[in-house]
Write a protein that binds this ligand. Structure first.
Ligand code: UDP
Ligand code: MG
Length: 155
């Protein structure tokens, strides 16, 4: 039986500027994924230093943070079966030029750091990342009436 998990998505400033927010949200909706949190936030350097802490020794760390502060981002929390892996598959590889065709990064972008979207890469990082961007009362529990069509009866 698959596990119900939560994952954090950030729609990055390049997507906000290029008016791709609706396109990205639509891709998740059409897959049948459940959004339980959504907000706009202008990230500060301290938050980004923490969020991208695993990259702090990389030469592109400063440029990445500057890029992420250019405009507000849209933050989403999605919930569902194996959602971390499902969303990473939909998002595609970090380098958009190497990403599989049909993924968000392959279809909509050509470069880093401007690869459109962030998605948590493990259960552990999803837990930290959701807490970084959302308070408990900004996440919502509700029944999604279309689940029976996406998942069939008995799940
Ligand atoms: N990035 C970059 N240059 C690189 C690798 C990564 O600017 O050579 C940026 C890119 O925006 C990427 C982010 O840093 O999405 C975080 O990198 P990570 O390795 O965590 O990739 P992701 O989990 O986003 O696929
Ligand atoms: Mg990552």
């Amino acid at each position: 039986m698959a596990d119900i998990q939560r994952t954090l998505v950030l729609i990055k400033p390049d997507a906000v500027q290029r008016e791709l927010v609706g396109e990205i949200v639509t891709r998740f909706e059409r897959k049948g994924l459940k959004t339980i949190g959504m907000k706009m936030a202008h990230l500060d350097e301290a938050t980004l230093t923490e969020h991208y802490g695993h990259l702090k020794d990389k030469p592109f760390f400063g440029d990445l943070k500057k890029f992420m502060m250019q405009t507000p981002v849209i933050a989403l929390v999605l919930e569902g079966f194996d959602i971390i892996e499902v969303v990473r598959v939909i998002v595609g590889a970090t380098n958009p030029r190497a990403a599989d065709a049909g993924t968000i990064r392959s279809d909509l972008s050509m470069n880093v750091p401007s690869n459109i979207i962030h998605a948590s890469d493990s259960l552990e990082s999803a837990g930290h990342e959701i807490k970084r961007f959302f308070a408990d009362n900004e996440l919502f529990a509700y029944d999604k009436l279309t689940d029976k069509f996406h998942f069939g009866e008995g799940v």
